[in-house]
Design a protein around this ligand. Structure first.
Ligand code: ADP
Length: 572
């Protein structure tokens, strides 16, 4: 560090030397200021050379010999630099003497402030300065017999005493600052390690919770299909509602921790805006109407049909806003209005409701994690206070903003302002094969999952569709099965003993008769990194547990339809 400071100050020292030389020339006339300037330039160059090695290798501890050389170079530098004071004192008259004193005092100040943390260097520079500062008036006092010169030397001692106090104070402050910085850095490293551990912990916990949740929700779904009396049906509904809530909470906590760890990865693909809004409307209309609330979607004519964005995250933000609007509105209406600002290509989506509204002093906090507008909210409406925190952070990661306005008793308006790229709909984009659940009849499907409960659930969910399941317990068995018979589709779990799902998928994709068979990753790992790993293997779809029976059947039907197309293309 000292080497860098010396290098940085080099230009200042040379600039001042030129100024001193010109002043000295005015005061004394003659060649010697030019000679002095040449000597200064030479010693400054030697200084630059000597400190260069330290500057280039700051982490290497200098040897004792190198340190001695550096101190000697600093001393010689000062002897030459401040040597001009002697000539000015002798030849410059009263002005020269005053100038000499001020120049040496300035030099003392300069070295004390920028070298105080490296003691040997400090002394190497301060001693010659002090000898000039006190020695010149004392020597002159003795030679000329002038008592006033001794007074000047006493003034010099006073100045140096003040300097010592100031330098000690500055040294203590710098040391405290360095210690605080080191402590802050150590804490930051600790926090980074803790945050990475938290992410891993969440991935593991999420996996561990999803696996049994999968069994609970799937079993409840199967139970709902059996003949039940009214009371039993209500109990099953409660089970399913609680299961859905738990999965929602799990997803929120996972999303939030991903955002916190800076690991939220965005996708970018085409999205049919009107389609997306219509499907959100279809989802929330029945719930709003059940409360006697009207839900309307108004799209301005200039809003582009198709935009490039992250469709999943866009849907997640609007889903949150609509879910809150429906939750907190007991009568009146909810209006989703969509506008397009051509100037900066921004989509403005406002979700306005005529619900209970939010008090002004709480409005600023509702975007903080685990914050709800009032203490009774959880009791009355449930929720965790994570939805808006996640939505706002998502909007920001996507380059946009999410803001809220509200009047208690009149309603709230949440506005999402998002930069998106309008695109032409790609008409000839490969359309997914039309899926029909009836397609599953007679299909042969390979399913790999190490949990016996999950395998049992898969057969209970899929066999009623008339498909034939080949169930295996790990990746190695899946590869073996895939090498011996053709399948219409493959369902693959991720974490399995003997061979994991990703390795098995890579093997199946590499050779054999199921190289092109559509494969659906069916996993409890919902982190983005896992999704990316599966995407890299070119899977047909990625379904997270707990299994949604309808989605599973639809995705599988889609995969089977694709398998037929692939086979037909191969024949043609
Ligand atoms: P949650 O809905 O799970 O409690 P959110 O982060 O989505 O969490 O919302 C935080 C809080 O903001 C809610 O608990 C509620 O008090 C308030 N809030 C959000 N949306 C609305 C709305 N449309 N009307 C009234 N209050 C709202």
């Amino acid at each position: 560090m000292i080497a860098h400071v010396r290098f940085r100050e080099l230009k200042t020292r040379m600039g001042l030397a030129v100024f001193i030389a010109v002043t000295a020339w005015f005061l004394t006339r003659g060649m010697w200021p030019a000679i002095w300037l040449g000597l200064v330039a030479t010693t400054q160059f030697v200084d630059w050379l000597a400190f260069r090695r330290l500057r280039l290798n700051p982490s290497v501890e200098p040897s004792r010999l190198y340190k001695t050389v550096l101190c000697a170079v600093a001393s010689i530098n000062v002897v030459i630099y401040s040597g001009i004071a002697v000539i000015l004192w002798i030849n410059g008259g009263d002005a020269g003497r005053l100038f000499a004193l001020i120049q040496v005092a300035g030099g003392l100040l300069h070295v004390s402030l920028h070298m105080h943390h490296v003691r040997p260097l400090l002394f190497s520079a301060v001693i010659p300065h002090s000898l000039y500062f006190l020695g010149i008036p004392i020597a002159d006092g003795i030679v000329a017999g002038r008592w006033e010169d001794f007074l000047i030397a006493i003034g010099g001692v006073l100045f140096m005493t003040h300097l010592v106090v100031a330098v000690r104070q500055s040294s203590m402050t710098t040391k405290a600052l360095q210690e605080a910085n080191a402590e802050a850095q150590a804490q930051r490293r600790k926090a980074e390690v803790a945050s990475a551990a938290k992410s891993d912990f969440l991935a593991v916990v999420s996996h561990e919770i999803r696996t049994p949740m999968n069994a609970v929700i799937s079993a409840a779904n199967l139970l709902r299909r059996t003949r039940l009396d009214r009371e039993q049906r209500e109990h099953v509904s409660m089970l399913l509602d609680a299961g859905d809530m738990l999965v929602g909470l799990l997803n929120d906590v996972l999303d939030f921790s991903k955002i916190e760890a800076g690991k939220m990865q965005l996708e970018s693909s085409e999205m049919d805006l009107r389609d997306k809004l219509a499907s959100l409307g279809r989802l929330w209309q029945p719930k709003a109407e059940a409360n006697g609330v009207r839900l309307a979607i108004q799209i301005a004519p200039n809003v582009p049909d198709c935009v490039r964005t992250d469709p999943l995250r866009f849907q997640q933000m609007l889903f949150n806003l609509l879910s809150n609007a429906v939750k907190f509105t007991e009568d009146g209406s909810i209006t989703v209005s969509v506008d397009w600002r051509e100037a900066d290509r921004r989509l403005i989506v406002a979700v306005a409701d005529t619900g209970c509204g939010i008090a002004p002093d709480r409005l600023g906090n509702i975007f903080d994690s685990f914050e709800q507008a009032d203490a009774g909210t959880t009791r009355k409406y449930g929720g965790t206070g994570l939805g808006l925190a996640i939505s706002r952070r998502l909007a920001e990661i996507m380059g946009g903003r999410l803001t809220a306005e509200s009047v208690v008793g009149e309603g709230s308006t949440f506005t999402l302002d998002l930069p998106v790229e309008p695109v032409q709909r790609t008409e000839n984009a490969p359309k997914r094969a039309a899926a029909d659940e009836n397609m599953l009849a007679g299909r042969v499907i390979l399913a790999a999952d190490d949990h016996a409960v999950n395998r049992h659930i898969l057969s209970l969910l899929l066999e009623p569709h008339g498909c034939q399941l080949v169930l295996v317990e790990n990746g190695a068995e899946a590869v073996e099965a895939a090498m011996s018979q053709p399948f219409d589709a493959i369902l693959m779990d991720m974490q399995m003993p003997v061979m994991d799902g990703l390795t098995a998928t890579a093997r199946i994709r590499a050779e054999g008769m199921n190289r092109k068979t559509p494969l659906i990753a069916l996993t409890a790992n919902a982190m983005d990194v896992h999704r990316a790993a599966w995407d890299a293997e070119g899977v047909h779809a990625f379904l997270t547990k707990p299994i949604d029976p309808v989605l599973l059947a639809a995705t599988l039907a889609e995969a089977c339809a694709e398998a037929v197309e692939v086979r037909e293309a191969a024949v043609a």
